[in-house]
Design a protein around this ligand. Sequence first.
Ligand SMILES: Cc1cc2nc3c(=O)[nH]c(=O)nc-3n(C[C@H](O)[C@H](O)[C@H](O)COP(=O)(O)OP(=O)(O)OC[C@H]3O[C@@H](n4cnc5c(N)ncnc54)[C@H](O)[C@@H]3O)c2cc1C
Length: 286
Amino acid sequence: MRGYLPDYQLTTATNLTDALIQMEKGAKPFAGGTDIMVLLDAGSLTPGSFVSLLDIKELRGIKIQKNIFTLGALTTYSEVRDHKLLQKHFPVLCQSAQEVGAIAIQNRGTIGGNIANGSPAADFPPGLLIYEALIHLVSRRGLRTVDYTKFHSGYKKNLLENDELIHSVSLINDFKDYHHFWRKVGSRKAQAISKTMIAGIAKLNKKRVEDLRVAFGSVAATAVRCYHVENFLKGKNLSPNVILEAKKILGKDIQPIDDIRSTGKYRLAVSQNVLEEFLCGIGSDK
Ligand SMILES: Cc1cc2nc3c(=O)[nH]c(=O)nc-3n(C[C@H](O)[C@H](O)[C@H](O)COP(=O)(O)OP(=O)(O)OC[C@H]3O[C@@H](n4cnc5c(N)ncnc54)[C@H](O)[C@@H]3O)c2cc1C
């Protein structure tokens, strides 16, 4: 049953300090509301006060300084999807944004909300893991920066303190000559929570793997970087036998479970197949 509305208060912060003061008093952040409103509708949103971040200009927009791209926490999927320079340098993020929910969700949902909500099936995290994003957190105590690879500590757990907001995410544009790959596998092409998803980047040097990063979503308690696969492939020529071995090694990095959307067995098999698709495409650009 839907949550009882008088149990909730929502105020709008006009600036960052105002929001942080309200959070010190116990308010929870409210961005696009696309996750929060689902909980409200299902009757599982804990009663309390919320502070809307939507009027805080400092949390908006995509800024580029030299080779650093900074995405404010309120950046929406549509803004990422349509950004020409992100498409060029961080295509995995744009492709994942393009496949989120449907257009209304893409217009409303934010990168900060997607990260903070911490669903294992969230679409931005695998891309942020392979591009090794930095995440900037702000509270009245100041700003701190965390490696995104260390941000999620377990199912729906992360390094955010109660009085802290995600301020922005930054990415270093350092992926010239890389092959970029994204694939989301769900029941449908749109409005589907994924059964598995892969984000990968790789660079070859004389046909051998110089750098390769791969991450999966929906196959563990959080999105995961596949370090066993990465370490195995570094320095190798991507022959059919090497690819076969990498598919077997993937089982050390991910341990998908059975749930209402799929079985662990199916998820592992499909994850191995999309890993193969990624590896077979490396070196095929241009
Ligand atoms: C129909 C539908 C389809 C969807 N499809 C997808 C999909 O395909 N892929 C996908 O990944 N997601 C999907 N979602 C989930 C959702 O849209 C995303 O997770 C979205 O990015 C959440 O952002 P938001 O701004 O709406 O977050 P909100 O709902 O406002 O907040 C979500 C959580 O994050 C916290 N939060 C928000 N902003 C901040 C911040 N700056 N700092 C700290 N905490 C913060 C809130 O307190 C709350 O706990 C879907 C949702 C719906 C309703």
